[in-house]
Design a binder for this molecule. Structure first.
Ligand SMILES: Cc1cc2nc3c(=O)[nH]c(=O)nc-3n(C[C@H](O)[C@H](O)[C@H](O)COP(=O)(O)OP(=O)(O)OC[C@H]3O[C@@H](n4cnc5c(N)ncnc54)[C@H](O)[C@@H]3O)c2cc1C
Length: 247
């Protein structure tokens, strides 16, 4: 059996909100808990960034899924109960416009008639990320990875979809997801490039120490048509101060 060190997970996920009381504890039942910045869209589990910290403790992710689910469930119910109107009150034209937008996106992918293979692109993306954006990170390699991702994005537009069937077409779904993976790969790579320190599973030999003065903050990326936009949010350490992981 070949034993290969693989990337287990990367810290991060969708930004979610929470409501805290005066002592910093989460207010159970608050509709803000686990709500993303899209009103009414909640995220819990591997998909949300909360609770991970710089280095999620081993075997802690299922725990955080359960805890997130426990908070998100009642939050969703209370959010729905607090709404002044339901989706029935929204004009059908809103849904129709979105359906058209999604159909158009599907059609655009079905019309791709270039020379690139989406599955090969996906494999190459995985290799670039494993080689350059794993635990040990160097700025020149991160920059090279971002250049490579931009080149993949360009090649994505020249994919040959081959099968344009409109029913159960896995290649089309895969190609669509592949674009999202490329966008997300840039978020991970550029977020790491900016963070000149070592913290948890983000290790830069050129900056081997944790630098709380400059980097005790959460990286937030917002989608824009021209690439991710970065800003930072403070980390609430009022209940627990960060310590070095020494094992
Ligand atoms: C190799 C490995 C080992 C691990 N070991 C441990 C461990 O020892 N202890 C521990 O606590 N945790 C461990 N984890 C982490 C843990 O397994 C995950 O955190 C947990 O399973 C995540 O659960 P989830 O429900 O949030 O997400 P997932 O289990 O990823 O569920 C998401 C679901 O959504 C579906 N989905 C995705 N996109 C769509 C879409 N567009 N429409 C509909 N459905 C969609 C997916 O198919 C999937 O079924 C490990 C993870 C890995 C990969």
């Amino acid at each position: 059996m070949r034993v290969f060190p693989s990337v287990h997970y990367t810290m991060g996920g969708l930004w979610i909100d929470y409501e805290a009381d005066a002592s910093g504890n989460i207010v159970a039942g608050s509709p803000r808990n686990h709500q993303t910045n899209i009103p009414g869209l909640f995220a819990a589990g591997e998909v949300d960034y909360e609770y991970h910290g710089a280095n999620r403790l081993g075997a802690n992710s299922l725990l955080s899924c359960f805890y997130g689910g426990m908070l998100a469930g009642p939050a969703m119910v209370n959010y729905a109960k607090g709404l002044e109107r339901s989706c029935d009150a929204v004009p059908a034209s809103v849904f129709e416009a979105e359906r058209k937008r999604q159909e158009e996106a599907f059609r655009r992918i079905c019309a791709l008639q270039g020379t690139e293979n989406p599955f090969v692109l996906h494999k190459e993306l995985g290799e670039v990320m494993t080689d350059n954006v794993a635990v040990v990170r160097y700025n020149d390699k991160l920059q090279a990875a971002d250049n490579a991702i931009l080149a993949f994005m360009d090649r994505w537009k020249r994919i040959d979809i081959h099968d344009a069937a409109t029913w159960a077409n896995q290649a089309v779904s895969f190609t669509r997801q592949l674009w999202n993976m490329l966008e997300l790969a840039r978020v991970i790579t550029l977020g790491a490039l900016r963070r000149d320190e070592s913290r948890g599973s983000h290790y830069k030999p050129d900056f081997p120490e944790r630098n709380d003065g400059e980097w005790l903050k959460t990286t937030l990326a917002t989608w824009t048509p021209s690439g991710p936009e970065f800003r930072y949010a403070p980390v609430d350490i009022s209940l627990l101060r960060p310590e070095a992981r020494k094992y």
